[in-house]
Design a protein around this ligand. Sequence first.
Ligand code: F0G
Length: 455
Amino acid sequence: MEPYRIKMVEPIPFPTPAERRQAFVRAGYNAFNLPADVVTIDLLSDSGTGATSSRQDAAAVLSDASYAGRSSWFAFRDAVRDLTGYPHILPVHQGRAAERILFSALLGPGKISISNTHFDTTRFNVAATGATALDLPCPESADMDSAYPFKGNIDLDTLATTLAGPDGPKVAFVLMTVTNNGGGGQPVSMANLRATRDLCHRNQVPLFLDAARFAENAWLVTQREPGYQHRTPKEVASLAFSMSDGCTASLKKDGITAEGAFIGLRDPKLARQCEIQLIGTEGHLTYGGLGGHDLARLAQGLREVVDPRYLRARADHTAHLARLVNDAGVAMVQPPGIHALYLNAARLLPHLPPSQFPGHALACQLYLEGGIRCSEVGSLYLGSIDDNFDLTIPAPFELVRLAIPRRVYTQSHLEYVAGVIAEIAKAPERVPGYRILDADPFLRPFTVVMAPLAV
Ligand code: F0G
């Protein structure tokens, strides 16, 4: 059970089916355009959506917002150093700002960033410098049904040949995303991280972590990797940080706070370069675009997130939903991770070809039938689309991500979600496909306008 009880609550909206339909038409069938007050259960993101604790909010009241040298900064810096061991900590307002600052120092035209999988803003920030983002997920990740415990791993063989091959000198760094959000929320093993570190050292390429979900990765290591059962999540997380040259970390996830992120670095020269960018574009070195209250909440959130009781309850919460969805006969990426479940829409909706965006169709149906908001990870996000908005190259999978905010929903909320999924699964052939009316070439899902097709 959860190691906390509820002290403050807020009502959730219950729009009628007609109100949901109207709102969705106005939103161009794009969940990112929906006002939150027509959403009953919001599973769009686990980012910045967690519930803070009374200790976090107490620290926020006592926080200091001085322009320079605020005490809340020192509390934050010390909490991050205690966890990561990095000597240089740069605060920023969110993860993508960390990416922009670090990548502008290390990347540029002709350079390559290698990752197990770049998150979408990460890929955008790599491309924005003129560099290329190369994803090397491990081969086991291609089988969505297998129980392989570390599908977030990087493909070590291809990494070794790439670093040793003609493109090797162009590789500016390797970025390991823990957990691998773009790759089904799957964890990275310590063995894979250590082998990656060794390859990077041998080839004199720095290794960074994208540590947005560092605590959840550490928990899954203690549960799934031999030799780590008796280590605390904090020890495992610290070990992971110790194997890297630095990190970008959005703390809107495992900081359990609405805003905040940091860049951690070992190299003082690189840190100095990034600090100049930080001052010029985010804020002074001791706030980086964050309020004193954000820094104070984060310092406390970083302590709470590595509590094994909290992590066990969170993992069990997701596992409960996974069991119910499984019982309803709906397939998902196996084994289930922690921050999200990834439903296999292609399998549930075989009557919809990728050109009709089955992942988007299922996500829309969840909203229309149950007021549940979530997002597609499939051909709408990753496919190639021509000037007429027709799909030319589909994604290798058609998934729907149900992202679970931290400490927000109860077991019965998740049971409601499973009930709506089970209803859809009883007659999936009535779910219509969708077509694109308008889309941008970059970060398409956030701005796309869609319309349903006749069933
Ligand atoms: N890296 C990963 C792995 C992420 O999942 C995200 C954000 C970022 C970087 C960027 O961080 O949002 O603070 O700028 N993921 C959110 C999500 C948006 O819903 O998965 P940010």
